[in-house]
Design a protein around this ligand. Structure first.
Ligand SMILES: Cc1cc2nc3c(=O)[nH]c(=O)nc-3n(C[C@H](O)[C@H](O)[C@H](O)COP(=O)(O)OP(=O)(O)OC[C@H]3O[C@@H](n4cnc5c(N)ncnc54)[C@H](O)[C@@H]3O)c2cc1C
Length: 359
């Protein structure tokens, strides 16, 4: 059995649904294929929240985040829901000063605080003299709602989404791409591969090399009523890995509200390389460290975890994204642990690349 499609999107994580919406709204017939159910917890896009921040050390990313924020506003207007809770974002340590420089160069408002000011304004502990950046336009993206909003908008504009439909092979033909599933062969004018940690394996037979490393990261949850009103926190005081039994020291600690639970905490880039087809367990050492860090920064939070789960990063060496066109194949690997916030912008960019690829 077979059928034709204009553009096929492989992968229904946040990148795939954002691309499908942008393509469908641009009038293209789009078919999205997801190997599991939408919203599943085996990739990178599940869960209730992600940090939204404009603060980056590099002005280029600040501008991208500004562009993405406009895109989130459009999606909020379209679906009639709040998708970003703007309660602010705090950065602790030397990165606060780096971020402040980049924000200043882009005209983004921020305050540089002393640790003492922080403890007076929020139930968050900081040392006197410790530099802290407060960025009022930061906050928490309601991730599962955002994912559902993109998928609904894509469907509303005519995109077809097939769940539980793994793509087994992508084959290049003269002037077309053949996308194979267990049930059928789809002949398309272009394909977008937004397959997260699975993309390398799908692309290798096409001789498209993707220089990314999938890792399994652990996030830990703590009870905290009313957490949605708190700013997100990024703290570059990372642990001594050996002293805490960690495989990798990580790059930063982070915390953000987790709707319906309380506080979600993680240690950025502390997880080991992972096979996405294996089901992984949270790393106990990372969970223990999260408790230690929460006790230090959030004195009012009970540091006994109420839950933990894993989530996959798919990272390039410099944490940039991969957005590439190889003839009729567009590759979008948009994670590196910080890609969610850019989804509206990435969706539009990928759609433009796919339109070019389709000819
Ligand atoms: C612990 C953690 C914390 C994070 N924190 C933040 C944050 O605070 N702020 C932020 O902006 N970003 C954050 N991120 C990053 C963000 O979540 C990712 O950038 C984003 O979710 C990546 O989405 P994706 O669609 O590219 O990948 P995925 O969500 O993994 O989607 C890929 C999809 O492709 C499907 N697929 C794969 N192979 C096939 C196939 N052969 N056929 C059909 N379907 C297939 C998979 O099942 C999957 O659903 C975090 C990520 C993690 C893991």
């Amino acid at each position: 059995m077979g059928r034709d499609a204009d553009i096929v999107v492989v992968g229904g994580g946040i990148t795939g649904v954002a691309a499908a919406r942008a393509l469908a709204q641009g009038g293209r017939a789009v078919l999205l294929l997801e190997q599991f159910e939408l919203g599943h917890d085996r990739g990178s896009s599940h869960g209730g929240s992600r940090i939204f921040r404009l603060a980056y050390p590099d002005a280029h990313y600040v501008r991208l985040a500004q562009g993405a924020r406009e895109g989130w506003r459009e999606l909020e207007a379209e679906c009639g829901e709040t998708l970003i809770v703007t309660a602010g974002a705090l950065d602790f340590g030397p990165i606060a000063l780096e971020h402040a420089r980049a924000l200043a160069s882009c005209g983004v408002r921020y305050e540089l605080l002393d640790g003492r000011d922080v403890s007076m304004r929020w139930p968050i502990d900081a040392d006197p003299g410790e530099p802290v950046l407060y960025q009022p336009d930061g906050g928490t993206t309601l991730a599962d709602r955002a994912h559902a909003a993109f998928a609904a908008a894509a469907r509303q504009s005519g995109a077809e989404i097939l769940e539980n439909t793994p793509v087994t092979e992508i084959e290049l033909g003269p002037g077309v791409v053949r996308v194979h599933t267990a049930r059928e062969e789809i002949v398309a004018r272009a394909v977008v591969v937004a397959a997260g940690a699975w993309a390398q394996a799908l692309l290798a037979p096409l001789r498209i090399e993707l220089a990314v490393v999938p890792t399994r990261e652990t996030v830990t949850y703590f009870d905290l009523p009313g957490a949605l009103e708190l700013p997100t926190v990024v703290d570059d005081a990372v642990p001594d890995a050996r002293a805490h039994g960690l495989r990798r020291p990580g790059l930063i600690n982070y915390a953000l509200p987790a709707p319906g639970i309380g506080l979600k905490c993680g240690l950025h880039h502390a997880g080991p390389p992972a096979n996405p087809d294996e089901r992984g367990e949270p790393d106990e050492a990372v969970v223990r460290w999260a408790s230690t860090w929460v006790a230090r920064r959030f004195p009012e939070v009970d540091p006994s975890p109420v839950g933990a789960e894993t989530c996959l990063y798919t990272s390039t060496a410099d944490e940039s994204f991969v957005l590439e066109r190889h003839g009729r194949v567009v590759v979008a690997s948009a994670c590196s642990g910080h890609g969610f916030k850019f989804a509206p912008l990435l969706g539009r960019t990928i759609a433009a690349m796919a339109r070019d690829a389709a000819g």
